[in-house]
Design a binder for this molecule. Structure first.
Ligand code: NAI
Ligand code: MG
Length: 395
């Protein structure tokens, strides 16, 4: 089996290398080929996601992704190689590009409490007691449509503007705004993709014994898209998953309940934007970016890309000794193992990670609640490599 490694930029390169070391030490046998992706290729070639990288993934199906750096349109244009400037090249995020190119429409983001993680969320209970709720949630985020679908305009073309004017609410609320001053980002949901994410969520609940699936949208206000999703969720639950409860929460209320009763939730399903938001919210309860892993895949093609949800953290990228936490990346590699049915190796690695965290001897700077500076190592924080070493030792 061949894995396409996509290190990308900044700390993406560092954590990916450590994850591969852990995979190898855990007995996972594979070849690795590296795919070019990220800022370097934007600057040099005017394309952060070269065709050859797409071909590699098409061929080998499984990608392990570090992180990339993205910058706003104008900053990106300014950093292009002089020979590429003024050619009308427009930067767009290669990770969003990957999702859309391969229709990786299912994104799964588990957030599970590790015992002994000093970053776990705690809450005050009755009689001033301190409670540490055990979170075990998996967020299923629709990954290709909605607000991230890319259908948007500023000063929209005439025919788009005319079409908008046919809507009474547009005439009423925006009719007196000059066209040049209008920006539109659309939120388009298709029935097919909505059904796929809902079914993926219910299937996961069924397979792993979660008692509920919570739809986290806003159907009372966003009537068409969220409304359609809620209606379909009810139909699918009734027809095919009567043993699983369907709960319905609004994204805003959910963000509040997050800290009140996070232990009550199991599988959560949402559209692209709200899924992104609610998964970061839950990630905060289990230790934040150093722990937040994700999988994005399409079962029809068998293509899957596995990545931590954090970015390239440029401010830590050039440290002589890397200080960032590799656990999110290592956990993402475990999700890859699950996807390719190497469950035993995944279990072994997760157990090793849990043991290191519970033991509490080896902790990266985030786990020690230190500000991220080069001196954290001499102050007792583990480096990225030392954390991986500790996990390997447990293996
Ligand atoms: P970031 O996730 O790179 O970093 C934010 C902060 O989180 C860091 O400064 C650090 O304090 C902490 N952090 C991140 N990863 C950590 C780890 N493994 N261990 C310990 N602490 C960690 O987000 P930021 O700074 O907003 O973005 C930096 C760049 O990354 C931007 O260019 C952004 O566009 C890109 N990005 C890429 C993503 C991807 O590749 N999927 C996702 C998010 C951002
Ligand atoms: Mg996000």
């Amino acid at each position: 089996m061949t894995i396409v490694t996509l290190p990308g930029d900044g700390i993406g390169k560092v954590v990916l290398e450590e994850a591969i070391r852990v995979l190898e030490e855990a007995g996972f046998e594979a070849d690795y080929v590296e795919g070019d992706i990220g800022w370097e290729f934007w600057k040099k070639e005017g394309n952060p996601l070269p065709e050859r990288t797409l071909n590699l993934l098409e061929e080998h199906k499984i990608g392990l992704f570090g992180a990339i750096t993205s910058k706003p349109k104008d900053d990106a244009a300014a950093e292009l190689d002089p020979s590429l400037k003024d050619k009308g090249l427009v930067y767009s995020s290669p990770i969003v590009g990957l999702r859309q190119h391969f229709k990786l429409d299912i994104c799964a983001r588990p957030c599970k409490t590790y015992k002994g993680n000093p970053l776990n969320f705690i809450r005050r209970g009755k009689d001033n007691t301190i409670e540490e709720p055990e979170v075990d949630v998996v967020i299923f985020r629709q990954n290709t449509e909605g607000l991230y679908g890319g259908v948007e305009w500023s000063n929209p073309p005439e025919e788009v503007y005319e079409a908008l004017l046919t809507h009474p609410k547009f005439r009423k609320n925006f009719g007196d705004v000059p066209k040049e001053e209008i920006s539109v980002s659309t939120r388009i949901f298709s029935k097919k993709a909505t059904e796929r994410i809902l079914r993926a969520a219910f299937e996961h609940a069924k397979k792993y014994g979660y008692k509920s699936v919570t739809l986290c949208e806003k159907p009372n206000v966003i009537r068409e898209t969220s409304g359609m999703m809620f209606k379909m969720a009810k139909e699918i639950q009734k027809a095919d998953y009567p043993e699983i409860e369907l709960w319905n929460t609004n994204i805003d209320a959910q963000m509040m309940w997050l800290t009140k009763n996070p232990e009550n939730y199991g599988v959560i399903v949402a559209g692209n934007m709200f899924g992104d938001i609610v998964s970061d919210g839950f990630a905060g309860l289990i230790g934040g970016l150093g722990f937040a892993c994700s999988a994005q895949f399409n079962h029809d093609t068998g293509i899957g890309v596995f990545e931590p949800t954090h970015g390239s953290a440029p401010k830590y990228a050039d440290y002589d000794v890397s200080i960032v936490n590799p656990i999110a990346m290592i956990e993402s590699a475990c999700m890859m193992l699950d996807f390719i049915d190497e469950n035993e190796i995944a279990k072994k690695i997760r157990k090793a990670v849990a043991e290191v965290i519970a033991e509490g001897k080896v902790r990266t700077y985030d786990m020690k609640k230190m500000p991220g500076k080069p001196d954290v190592i001499e102050k007792g924080a583990a480096s990225t490599q030392e954390m991986a070493d500790a996990i390997i030792e447990k293996l």
